[in-house]
Design a binder for this molecule. Structure first.
Ligand code: NAP
Length: 363
């Protein structure tokens, strides 16, 4: 299968390549690597020898390929995709950016949740497939087993999102902020003195905030993306809209909450409140969650298991999506709370695209 990769050296693209190499997905593929910044330069060697980068803005070169994967970003998609389609290109476009997600003729891909629908769409002639927003993918990976019972009336999710979701520059700046705090404070000082040193560091004009816009280390940022109607941020707005498109339900599943950036590197976490239409025992809830697919894991509600298995630090680099802190709430027996974590560069970004390419090859 001839296939073009645009955005392969960005954060999502490089994790995609890493995973495809690990799973030997390049066997039988004839890849062309594109660049917006250095066409003609050396491309990656994915086991087929040296490659030369093609020009990612050359519609003719793109149009010769039956499949194009873009992890380049929304601006690129918005400028190239419509022109390519207008030129008559009818190949398969696979995208990590949000630009096309809600288009009527685009399908959101997360095959442990909608694998059957993806295969049906391919057979029916759908040609545009897009990964979901990372928090949406991770929420559904964690809770799809319970949602599928039909007993979930609504979900409120309070997110704890990693720096990687904002970009590579923001990840680097988070570490620079940590270093700044470390170099201007003394952990052996008395607690109040240490607190004053850290507070001074966070407010210092030399504290690095160019990429994040505010101190993230030693703090939390309850704003991600831009304002949309009703006071939600766009990240908060995506939860219900994208999840419902992906679930293709007859009735809308309401989902809302507050999205917060925290000082984790690449794993998002979410604390969820789930309203059921009837009381359920913890054992039944756990069974529904656990039975959904092989990557979800229910973590017992103990301090040892929670701290060892239900944190961003424990989950980074893993395809496992742990769900824990599961219990009925004191609000009523039909209210449940849970906490879930996932690697947002894997299931939140690259893995659904990698697995879609597998499905495409098998279809
Ligand atoms: P990114 O890291 O900023 O990479 C995008 C492009 O920037 C690269 O393909 C590269 O294009 C160019 N670039 C410029 N300087 C670079 C450098 N020093 N290192 C690497 N690349 C550099 O973007 P991303 O975070 O992967 O996101 C890509 C798309 O996926 C976005 O639409 C984003 O919203 C979406 N997405 C991201 C995540 C996430 O967790 N980050 C999750 C889901 C979806 P050239 O090679 O052509 O120069």
């Amino acid at each position: 299968m001839r296939i073009g990769f645009v955005g392969w050296r960005g954060m999502v693209g490089s994790v995609l390549l890493q995973r495809m190499l690990a799973e030997q997905d390049f066997q039988g593929l004839e890849p062309t690597f594109f660049s917006t910044s250095s066409p003609g330069g050396p491309g990656p060697d994915v086991g087929h020898g040296a490659t030369v980068l093609a020009d990612a803005t050359n519609l003719e070169a793109l149009g010769r390929l039956p499949v194009i994967v873009s992890c380049q970003g929304g601006d690129y998609t918005k400028s190239v995709y419509p022109a390519l389609r207008s030129s008559g290109w009818s190949g398969i476009w696979v995208d990590a950016a949000s630009a096309l997600r809600l288009d009527a003729d685009a399908m959101i891909v997360l095959d442990p949740v909608n694998g059957t629908e993806i295969r049906d769409a391919l057979h029916a002639g759908t040609r545009t497939f897009v990964g979901a927003n990372c928090t949406v993918s991770l929420l559904l990976m964690g809770l799809i087993g319970l949602i599928r019972t039909g007993h979930v009336q609504w979900i409120s999710t309070m997110t704890y999102q990693a720096a990687s979701g904002a970009g590579a520059r923001q990840m680097a700046e988070l570490v620079a902020q940590m270093r700044h705090i470390g170099s201007t404070s003394d952990p052996n000082a008395a607690a109040l003195e240490l607190d004053r040193q850290v507070a001074d560091a966070l407010l210092s004009p030399s504290f690095p905030t160019a990429a994040l816009g505010a101190p993230l280390a030693g703090s939390a940022l309850p704003w991600i993306d831009r304002l949309v109607e009703g006071g939600q941020t766009r990240e908060e707005w995506k939860a219900q809209v994208e999840a419902n498109k992906l679930l293709a339900r007859d009735t809308v599943l309401p989902i809302d909450g507050v999205c917060v950036r925290i000082g984790a590197m690449r794993c998002h976490a979410q604390a969820v409140t789930i309203k059921l239409d009837r009381p359920m025992s913890p054992a039944e809830v756990a069974e529904h969650i656990r039975g959904a697919h092989p990557w979800v894991e229910v973590v017992p509600n103990t301090p040892e298991d929670t701290l060892a298995r239900l944190t961003p630090a424990a989950t980074a680099g893993s395809l496992t999506v742990p769900v824990g802190r599961l219990r009925p709430m004191t609000l009523g027996p039909d209210f449940y709370t849970a906490f879930t974590v996932g690697d947002q560069l894997l299931w939140g970004a690259a893995e659904p695209l990698r697995r879609f390419l597998r499905i495409l090859r098998e279809s």
